[in-house]
Design a protein around this ligand. Sequence first.
Ligand code: SF4
Ligand code: SF4
Length: 278
Amino acid sequence: MKALINRIIPFSNVDGPGNRCAIFFQGCPLHCAYCHNPETWRICDHCGRCVAGCPAGALTLRAGKVVWEESRCVGCDQCIHVCPHHASCKVSELTPEALLDRVAETFPFIQGITVSGGECMLYADFLTEFFRLVKAAGKTCLIDSNGILDFRQYPELLQLCDGVMLDMKAIDDDFHRQLTGASNRQVLDNLTLLLEAGKLEEVRTVLLPEFSEQNQKTVRGVNERLQGKIRYKLLRYRPFGVCEEGLRFCGRTITPLEEAQRLAQAESDRGFHNCVVI
Ligand code: SF4
Ligand code: SF4
């Protein structure tokens, strides 16, 4: 059993509570307009277009496959900029045991690990095995997910994980489709399931500068489901790193702080004091 790992951040304090090792998996079924990492969407098809532009000679085409030499890579991301497929050649294909070997040296300094993406639930069976190993080492395991795959299908994984940080991109299904390319029905089912199972660590919504009405609708709808019991992060949209198509949809400005604070205050006035503006 193997998974494609895009990136490992050994120490992060923005991927869940405490100091955590964050692991980003390659591949995502959604294509959100505001995605900051569109290179995690698809799996490299080894077309070879990025090889010639690598200034460090870290990429070679061998037997029809692009091979990335991590030790030569200078991290310029030129390969990502030229890739026409929203893919990355800078991925490692690892077994659960090999991934544990990669991250184990962080364990004396962290509270736990967080798996993210792309969409890490694409690798649910891998995660079940990996979480078993991490839990045996005494660390907590969090899942950061867009909720597009059915958590009900993976009861063992749900039991092993300590919590899920769930994206709720829009409560209006039509708008969710415009924003991500998919319906939000499964996300809402997962929200209910995780809430009832006591596995919802937090919910996050990105507030868009040009969609005030949708922002308000989503925040109100989500909080009515959460009843203020779970931390709800309102993330201000930032255009940095968003692709041209995404910028056309979401705009080129940062969501004003006042708008996010006004939404949080309105929720607080309704008795829901769980909103945090980021
Ligand atoms: S980031 Fe990509 S283009 Fe830049 S050195 Fe590394 S492999 Fe080469
Ligand atoms: S990363 Fe993109 S450009 Fe490079 S070989 Fe893979 S699919 Fe082609």
